[in-house]
Design a protein around this ligand. Structure first.
Ligand SMILES: [Zn+2]
Length: 278
């Protein structure tokens, strides 16, 4: 499949899964350009992508982080970001459901995190490793600001404008002891954001996400109900889709943020280039 071009990307999570993103938003500015795109990448065949436009801005999207049976999550992530880089993607928005670590949070709260804590043991989650990646301001301040503003406009519940997202490997949820260990270090817990933040920085793109609480972490406040988790996934999908589409409308392809300046050429060139350093 020939590569397509797009300056924006959306990594779909559990929030838009039920709504055939972006169609669930019923937005008259949206046009599907190409569907079921599959690309050959150095990390295996990519998941299915959809290319659409919103008010003429081109957006690539995939469902549920490209996760699928028989493909490691590290490879699924690398396939997606390899495609994003080849397509020229500059700004990436993600979304998903999370559990709580901070006992002030309740189901249906929204959080736009400003930092993360990677507790996964996934390795080999880079592309070619040519860059030194500085993970200060890992979540793009400009995209976060848009997501915060638009979520407050669309949603009359609580919107938390900062927080730390702890990432675990899954696929199971966390034990009470694991949640207790994270307390004081993180506010929410889930299984995405990493390695996506590293990969976004590696391809020189901005990355930020909109996360909504679907359950209490084990041992926090009270036992959570699977029914409520399911209801949130279905009820809130069109709203989450609208927020993301409007954020793309408002964001320029080239940000005035610091994201790009936090990727430096690596000093360890001889490791990667056998002709160097003789
Ligand atoms: Zn940025």
């Amino acid at each position: 499949m020939d590569m397509v071009q797009a300056e924006y990307a959306v990594i779909g999570g559990s929030g838009t899964l039920s709504s055939n993103f972006p169609l669930g938003a019923k937005d008259s500015g949206v046009e599907i350009l190409e569907d079921n795109l599959v690309f050959d990448t150095p990390y295996g065949q990519s998941p299915y992508f959809r290319l659409f436009s919103v008010d003429g801005k081109r957006v690539l999207t995939c469902r549920m982080h490209g996760w699928r049976a028989g493909v490691s999550r590290a490879d699924a992530s690398r396939q997606i970001f390899w495609v994003f880089r080849e397509a020229g993607v500059k700004r990436i928005i993600s979304e998903g459901g999370v559990g709580t670590v901070n006992h002030l949070l309740d189901p249906r709260d929204f959080v736009i995190p400003d930092d993360y804590l990677d507790l996964s043991v996934r390795k080999d989650v880079g592309l070619e490793g040519r860059y030194l990646l500085i993970m200060r301001d890992a979540l793009c301040s400009e995209i976060r600001e848009e997501l915060i503003k638009l979520t407050k406009e669309e949603f009359d519940g609580r919107v938390f404008t900062r927080g730390t997202y702890a990432v675990t490997d899954g696929r199971h949820f966390e034990s009470p002891a694991e949640i207790a260990m994270m307390k004081g270090h993180a506010d929410i817990v889930g299984q995405s954001i990493c390695p996506e933040v590293y990969l976004a920085r590696e391809i020189g793109a901005c990355y930020a996400g909109l996360y909504f609480v679907v359950n209490y972490g084990e041992g926090v406040v009270k036992e959570w109900s699977h029914k409520e988790l399911e209801d949130i996934f279905y009820d809130d999908a069109p709203m989450i889709s609208r927020i993301i589409l409007n954020a793309i409308r408002h964001l320029d392809a080239d940000g005035k943020c610091v994201c790009k300046s936090l990727r430096k050429e690596t000093l360890l060139k001889s490791i990667y280039d056998p002709t160097d350093g003789k």
